[in-house]
Design a protein around this ligand. Structure first.
Ligand SMILES: *Cc1c(COP(=O)(O)O)cnc(C)c1O
Ligand code: SF4
Length: 448
């Protein structure tokens, strides 16, 4: 165990804790370090910020971004919109409207481009909407047997937005305890009707933007359910706002809630979204991790592989190693999904696997726990296990980490090697097969 006496609680230090201050697209000109960029760059940022998510807080600006490295700084790329994130024709369409259009023209141009960017990938909207007593309920997604995903309506924003994210298509947010209670009731009913569910993954947006009392309203009813063994909270707060568990007014209350979950005998995992080791360097980021771990909760790390941010093996090795040293368990390396500014961030599957492998080679087994590179695709989570040759044919070896049918899990299968492919739908069956083993069954499931 760590010696707790050596840690000076930040809330007892003489410095005032930082207050949460956030900038959105309308306040770009208020962000001081941007003033050193030239006018073209700033206009381009305004254009892109009108289409893609933009929201960044002062902690990220002051302490995570190294402004001497801009534009190549990874956290700058993670949070600040860049011209290349829109296709040239989309960029010009919105830029022209902004230069000489009226309000309505601009609004329409933005809406057209957004629609063209596949705001709801992997059939997220049409599929997987569950029912309780014949009533469709929003905010619950049950795709894999043992785990139900829950999107509380109050957790649909984040402390900052990632430029590659398109979940904001659903960002709304309303801080009403009554809504929390109603949703929690529906979730509980749904789980009780499905004895196969053992895990709840509360996600968003970021559920930790919620006040603790609202999060408590969601979590406490789950503690009464014997069938629930694990509660996960997906969050990027440990990166974007570690103050959430250190100095916010209800930080201690949140840590107490975590302890309550542990004391009830369930596993609590904070599924922390990390993209770069630079996010782990500040004192407050480390203090936040310590405090969460002191409650008995595990922190597991996951995040996508992204061009311009972390598309090299050295950064991943350093990220995993830093996580391990801070007591975090590396969990997933994701392939960037088919939406939003994907052409800017995407990394071919062949290269993704190479990076994964080269990073793995640099760390010991303790840091080799991240599975991937994994695609969260319509049939399931598909991992690229490697590239090899079978009887003279170069192939990708793939497997399901999760499948719409749980019988597909861990089944290896093969696809023709394709150097440029960036997603499952670019791949073709190998070794003379006319389709992948799961395709017929998937089509049947669709037909239902
Ligand atoms: C990843 C994921 C889960 C959790 O899967 P694990 O393999 O248990 O981490 C659950 N539901 C959906 C829709 C997911 O994408
Ligand atoms: S923290 Fe997660 S949900 Fe929020 S913008 Fe980033 S990727 Fe999207």
């Amino acid at each position: 165990m760590r010696d707790t006496n050596t840690v000076i609680p930040l809330h007892q230090s003489t410095e005032e804790p930082r207050r949460f201050k956030v900038f959105t697209a309308k306040q770009l000109d208020k962000i001081e370090p941007l003033q050193r960029l030239d006018e073209d760059t700033r206009f381009a940022m305004e254009v892109v910020a009108s289409v893609l998510p933009f929201r960044v807080n002062e902690y990220v600006i002051d302490e995570l971004i190294d402004w001497d490295k801009v534009p190549n700084d990874p956290i700058y790329q993670l949070t600040f919109p860049q011209k290349g994130m829109l296709a040239p024709e989309h960029f010009d369409h919105v830029a022209n409207a902004m230069r000489d259009g009226d309000k309505d023209t601009i609004k329409q141009a933005i809406a057209e481009v957004r629609e063209a960017l596949n705001p709801h990938p992997a059939g997220q909207m049409e599929h997987n909407i569950p029912e309780v007593d014949g009533e469709k309920i929003n905010g619950i997604q049950h795709k894999y047997n043992e785990t139900v995903l829950f999107f509380p309506s109050q957790g649909q924003v984040c402390h900052s937005y990632c430029t590659f994210c398109f979940r904001w298509a659903q960002f709304i947010g309303d801080n009403d305890l009554k809504i929390a209670a109603k949703e929690a009731g529906q979730l509980k009913k749904y789980i009780q009707a499905h004895p196969e569910i053992t895990d709840v993954l509360i996600t968003g947006g970021d559920p930790l933007v919620m006040k603790t009392k609202n999060l408590r309203a969601h979590i406490e009813p789950l503690l009464e359910l014997e069938q629930i063994r694990t509660i996960r909270i997906g969050s990027k707060a440990l990166t974007f706002w570690p103050h959430r568990v250190v100095s916010d007014a209800d930080a201690q209350d949140l840590l107490d809630l975590f302890r309550e979950v542990i004391d009830s005998g369930k596993h609590l995992a904070l599924m922390a979204h990390y993209n770069h080791w630079q996010e782990l360097r500040t004192d407050i980021a480390k203090e936040a991790i310590r405090r969460v771990r002191d409650t008995g909760a595990e922190i597991r790390a996951q995040g996508p592989l992204l061009a311009h941010i972390n598309d090299n093996a050295d950064d991943w090795a350093k990220l995993w190693q830093s996580q391990v040293e801070l007591g975090i368990i590396p969990y997933y390396m994701f392939v960037e999904r088919d939406t939003g500014a994907r052409h800017y961030f995407e990394v071919p599957l062949a290269k993704a696997w190479q990076i994964y492998r080269d990073a793995m080679k640099q760390v010991s087994g303790i840091a080799r726990t991240a599975r991937g590179p994994s695609m969260s695709s319509h049939p399931g989570k598909v991992e690229i296990q490697g590239v090899t040759e079978i009887k003279g044919e170069k192939v990708f070896v793939l497997r399901f980490i999760q499948g719409r049918n749980h019988d597909w899990v861990q089944r290896p299968f093969f696809a023709k090697y394709n150097e440029d492919a960036t997603w499952l739908n670019h791949l073709e069956p190998a070794l003379g097969d006319s389709q992948f083993f799961f395709e017929e069954e998937l089509a049947e499931m669709e037909g239902e």
